[in-house]
Design a protein around this ligand. Structure first.
Ligand code: GTB
Length: 218
């Protein structure tokens, strides 16, 4: 059964792979699963039909037959669990790879998001630059630890896994901050992830939504 995901009709990043449907697209591409996309407007996201799928009025969602999921971590785990290629076969390695999925979403993403959002939320406040320095240090603290753990390895847990997929998308959010560049092994890790053919296909598909909307194409 072909799953259907939802994505922004008009992504604020102009299709640069930052919106979270990118994670789901990438996971589906990694396992070779064809999928359909239903584009939703910001208005539609807050209406009953979408709220029935995503109680917080956000994208992405995932529908497959009578199964409807939300939350990218849960969706990527579902895809990884039902297909081969994103989780190792060995039971302990399987659990460790899932641990990295949680680490990406629960330990790395929150401080990175806080840093990303601070300029919009309090850029006009007199204490903003001090807070930015504090938030940058909090991100550095986690990057130091992640960098030490990754060392010279290509991926966090043996072969590329769903843990790397989520971690790379989270670290990509640091683009433009200069922080990732302080850690050559993490920069190379993200570049390695983004060079994967499945990532490129997912990126191109997301970008095509923006291109079609801006040229008025169907
Ligand atoms: N925890 C949820 C998950 O992982 O699925 C979070 C989902 C979420 O934040 N969705 C965002 C959304 O729908 C889109 S991804 N926002 C609309 C709303 O809340 O009303 C966040 C996002 C959006 C845009 C960019 N960008 O343009 O750079 C980056 C990230």
């Amino acid at each position: 059964m072909t799953p259907t995901i939802t994505a922004f009709e008009q992504s604020p990043d102009r299709g640069q792979g930052m919106a979270r449907d990118m994670r789901v697209r990438w996971a589906l591409e990694e396992v070779g699963q064809v999928y359909d996309v239903r584009l939703v407007s910001f208005k539609a996201m807050k209406e009953a039909a979408h709220l029935a799928l995503q109680p917080f009025g956000q994208i992405p969602t995932y529908e497959e037959g009578d199964l409807a999921l939300f939350e990218t971590g849960a969706i990527v785990l579902h895809i990884a669990d039902r297909n081969t290629g994103l989780l190792p076969a060995d039971a302990n390695a399987w659990s460790r790879a899932i641990t990295w999925m949680f680490a990406a979403l629960n330990t790395l993403e929150p401080p990175i998001l806080e840093l990303e959002q601070a300029p919009y939320l309090d850029g006009d406040k007199p204490w903003h630059s001090g807070r930015m320095r504090m938030l940058e240090d909090r991100v550095r603290f986690r990057l130091d630890q992640l960098s030490s753990r990754l060392g010279n390895a290509d991926w966090l847990e043996g072969a590329f896994s769903a843990g790397d997929l989520l971690m790379a998308t989270v670290l990509r959010r640091l683009e433009g901050s200069g922080l990732l560049e302080e850690y050559p092994n993490l920069s190379a890790y993200v570049a390695r992830a983004m060079a994967r053919p499945a990532y490129r296909r997912a990126f191109d598909a997301q970008l095509a939504v923006f291109t079609a909307a801006s040229t008025g194409a169907e």
